[in-house]
Design a protein around this ligand. Structure first.
Ligand SMILES: [Cu+2]
Length: 555
């Protein structure tokens, strides 16, 4: 782990025959009592099963798989639809056009309900697209100066004597459905080190963890040392211009990527630098002081904060100039240009599970305007420039993955998707197919009645423009201004993204990239359709979908 890295030039079509040779076993899956701790160390932070009994259903999994190229502009038939699974012994032929901006993508398993186990077991790899505009910038390309770094957290099983067995362990407690494992790995190695020459390196970071968010701080001699880092890209490729990483550190939620230039040219051989994680789990977006780097946070399920150590070695001293202009093939869209865009709304909610004792369920509620009088309603209140308020009322039209499809984006036409977080945690929301632009983060105050979330729908009043004092900045960081395919939506926050599906039609998915959330229904389908087919869609879609298809009015 990671699997084979695929490196390819833009526009070179690649056919991959994915052969499923899995024979199991998957990682050992256990649920442990939250009160279990040894010397103050909570169960999730300990290697071994901590008294948990292996999940019999997980133990019986034989290794069904389906591959999704995350960030890929791929036709629907090769996008890795979550239910189009291959059994051990079967093979699937997929085509990847790679006709997209240079970027580091990744491929990973996407099987309905068990993505968390399959990816945890190691079914993930990197996929790097190169293009001419990027080559002209003469950035480090390939080894040894370009290093893809896949960050994951893992835990390991032990035998009866307490010795490590080498088996992966997916351990959760019943109140917290996410797997937060204590050992950080980089490219499958726990706490590795890099020997670096005194020159400029390109680190291409991917958070491939199931659930853990990293807030990465680089230190030297105990002080944070961020001036040597320049961020040049994010999920969708190069930014327009290089940026410094945020003062608190580089925050990467599951599936987020960062393309970094790190300059070691001023350092003497023997100098040591350390990359730390300062983010507790579950992550709620709280801003931290980078001086906390190096400190364990057992309550935040971060017993070992070290990620990576870098040692400067002898070598030719050189420094690469950071280009002042990076991407010229992308510019940010303004609100004004989007005045006619279709607006869709999605509420992220947490509700009690239907069976008692199970962890709470996280879902995405697709919303549409004009509820009836007796329905649960989400009311959005937005301050306007003229000191008035814009009030919109939304009802729930779909919740579970298998509910009616209600999102039918029209090919080529930009849309605004509003992501409304009604939960207490940060959710990284990922759209398949085209990368998107994050328009705004809005601080928000959420008033929710005690019975606000029912199977019928969700009621809440969400006031944009002001958030309670929650320690979250609720602003876009400079490194979020490029093209992205995954965006963090913090508590007390509404995030607006603009997406335009530009090439492929068909059925795709969007979901939370915390894999334990995705596997428990925090995932929904959407269908991209060309305008000319819209008039013929009416008879095939349900009443709810048609009401929610503003496209009809224009078609
Ligand atoms: Cu989530």
């Amino acid at each position: 782990m990671p699997g084979t890295t695929i490196e390819i030039s833009r526009g070179v079509e690649l056919e991959v025959r994915w052969e499923n040779h899995l024979t199991g076993p998957l990682p050992v899956v256990v649920t442990v009592a939250p009160e279990y701790a040894v010397d103050g160390m909570p169960a999730q932070c300990l290697p071994g099963r901590s008294g948990g009994v292996p999940d019999a259903a997980a133990a019986a999994l034989s290794g069904y798989s389906v591959v999704h190229l995350h960030g890929g502009m791929t036709q629907a038939s090769s996008d890795g639809w979550t239910e189009n699974i291959a059994a051990p012994g079967q093979a699937v032929l997929d085509t990847y056009p790679n006709d997209q901006r240079a970027a580091m993508l990744w491929y990973h398993d996407h099987v309905m309900g068990v993505t968390r186990f399959n990816v945890y077991a190691g079914l993930a790899g990197l996929w790097i697209v190169r293009d001419e505009p990027e080559r002209e910038l003469e950035l480090p390309e390939g080894p040894p100066y370009e290093l893809p770094l896949l960050l994951t957290d893992r835990n390991f099983d032990t035998d009866d004597a307490g010795n490590l067995t080498g088996d992966l362990l997916h351990k959760t407690d019943p109140d917290v459905m996410e797997c937060f494992s204590p050992f950080t790995t980089v490219n499958g190695v726990v706490w590795p080190h890099v020997e670096a020459e005194p020159t400029t390196y390109r680190f291409r970071l991917l958070n491939g963890s199931n659930a853990r968010t990293y807030r990465l701080v680089l230190t030297r001699d105990g002080e944070h040392d961020h001036e040597r880092i320049t961020q040049i890209g994010s999920e969708g490729g190069l930014l327009q211009a290089p940026v410094a990483i945020p003062q608190q550190g580089l925050v990467l939620a599951s599936a987020e990527r960062a393309d970094l230039l790190v300059d070691f040219s001023d350092l003497a051989p023997g100098t040591e630098l350390t990359l730390w994680n300062t983010a507790g789990a579950p992550f709620d977006g709280t801003v931290a002081d980078p001086a906390s780097a190096g400190r364990a946070d057992v309550d935040g399920l971060l017993p070992y904060p070290e990620v990576l150590r870098i040692r400067v070695k002898e070598g030719r001293r050189s420094r690469r100039r950071v280009p002042r202009v990076l991407a010229t093939d992308f510019r940010r869209t303004s609100r004004e240009e989007l005045s006619a865009a279709v607006v869709r709304a999605i509420a992220l909610v947490e509700q009690e599970a239907e069976s008692g004792g199970a962890p709470p369920m996280l879902t995405m509620r697709e919303l549409t305007l004009d509820p009836a009088a007796d329905e649960p309603v989400i009311t959005l209140v937005e301050p306007q420039a003229n000191s008035e308020e814009l009030v919109t009322r939304w009802r729930t039209v779909a919740t579970r993955f298998e509910d009616t499809t209600t999102f039918f984006p029209m090919l080529h036409r930009p849309e605004i998707w509003r992501l409304i977080n009604l939960t207490g945690d940060t959710h990284p929301i990922h759209l398949h197919l085209d990368a998107f632009q994050v328009l705004d983060r809005h601080p928000a105050t959420v008033d929710q009645p005690a019975d606000g979330i029912t199977t019928r729908g969700t009621s809440a009043i969400v006031r944009l423009g002001h958030a309670p004092d929650d320690g979250v900045s609720h602003e876009l960081d400079d490194n979020e201004l490029g093209l992205k395919d995954t965006v963090r939506v913090n508590p007390n926050e509404v995030v607006d993204i603009v997406v335009r599906f530009a090439v492929f039609c068909g059925r795709y998915m969007y979901h939370c990239h915390i894999l334990e959330h995705e596997d428990r229904d925090m995932m929904r389908p959407f269908v991209v359709m060309p305008a000319e087919l819209m008039p013929f869609m009416d008879m095939h879609t349900s009443r709810a979908s048609r009401d929610d298809m503003p496209d009809r009015k224009h078609a």
